[in-house]
Design a binder for this molecule. Structure first.
Ligand code: TRP
Length: 339
């Protein structure tokens, strides 16, 4: 098994980012290490230029994200951790795959429709061909499995379609150029909501810092944010059904359950009948105990630019070595002469 996945570099990393993609990546890294498989994780900085962006911010976010990934448990000695920009084979393969991807396929991509909105004519060409770069990202390494969120399933199906058509058109069944990757969609991708509004996702762009637990928050800040989190006056129910229509209560119980590695039912059987005066301190302490080691490594590493750049450089070297054979075969298969 070889798993490959990417994440766009963003700043202001919070609990939602950790419990979303990052924690799952760490788990898969450990699974791969145990099974003799391989994990490659990268910062999708090339994808980030498909939307208007600030160059200084992109560079800062790329390094910040590396610090977060390592602090959360991605081990650069066990996973290959890199950014696309240092592995030019991604962009090269994308161009080669542009010959295979069809306009009609890309026209059906819902992310392009969502992100371009009413202004399709003003969207960048990169936003339109974004899914072809994403296909290159995984096909370049002969990925067998790609962990992604539900929203990326369509892009992964496109990668399979591109691989299949390319193999059909330019290779033989016995000797295909590309492996068709399977998605791995985490079963209960934890949806972490704002601490101020249980119906809005926890987000880096929420103007209220009290709405989220940042990876940079110290123990006191975490406790304070949990104590001030919005709730209702009712005690906690002892059954899951009792959380219906109580978005804030459901969110806090959900956070407790994922952090404790247990189920919502188990949390409610422990805290059912208790008020938030009792539940909140317990949740705060749980968060502090789990996040303190991450916070500690993160604040230290994020200011160590030479260390971060060294991690990315080393990761890119390993990634390039894995990428070159597939890229060479792709040029060959297409009849492109390179001496
Ligand atoms: N598009 C993905 C996202 O926004 C990020 C991504 C880029 C990715 N390339 C990838 C994910 C390759 C998986 C595999 O979440």
């Amino acid at each position: 098994m070889r798993i490959v996945s990417g994440i766009q570099p963003t700043g202001n990393l919070h609990l939602g980012n950790y419990l979303g993609a990052i924690r799952n990546w760490v788990k898969m890294q450990d699974d791969m290490a145990a099974q003799g498989g391989q994990s490659l994780y990268f910062l999708a900085d090339l994808h980030a230029i498909s939307m208007p962006h600030d160059p200084a911010e992109l560079a800062a976010n790329t390094r910040e994200m590396v610090a977060a990934l390592v602090a959360c448990g991605i081990d650069p000695d066990r996973s290959i951790l890199f950014n696309q920009a240092q592995v030019p084979q991604h962009a090269e393969l994308q161009w080669l795959l542009n010959g295979t991807a069809r306009m009609g396929w890309l026209n059906r991509m819902t992310q392009f429709k969502d992100k371009s909105g009413k202004n399709r004519e003003g969207a960048s060409v990169a936003l339109f061909t974004y899914p072809v770069l994403q296909a290159a990202d995984v096909l370049l390494y002969q990925a067998t499995h790609v962990p992604v969120g539900e929203d990326q399933k369509q892009h992964l199906e496109l990668a399979r379609d591109i691989a299949q058509k390319f193999n059909n058109d330019f290779a033989t069944e016995e000797n295909p150029v590309f492996t068709l990757p399977d998605p791995i969609i985490p079963p209960e991708a934890a949806r972490i909501m704002s601490l101020r509004n249980g119906t809005a996702k926890m987000s880096k762009s929420d103007p209220s810092d009290m709405s989220r637990i940042n990876l940079t928050d110290d123990a006191d800040t975490i406790m304070q944010k949990i104590k001030k989190a919005k709730t209702d006056p009712e005690p906690l129910p002892s059954e899951k059904a009792g959380l219906e229509g109580r978005a804030e209560a459901a969110n806090l119980v959900g956070i407790y359950a994922v952090m404790a590695g247990t189920t919502v039912e188990a949390v409610l059987s422990e805290f059912g009948g208790e008020g938030f005066g009792k539940f909140k301190p317990a949740l705060g302490e749980l968060l502090v105990s789990k996040l303190a080691p991450i916070n500690h490594r993160f604040v230290e590493l994020r200011q160590d630019r030479p260390a971060l750049d060294a991690i990315l450089k080393k990761g890119a070297e390993k990634a390039r070595a894995l990428a070159v054979p597939t890229l060479d075969r792709t040029y060959d298969a297409l009849g492109l002469v390179r001496g």
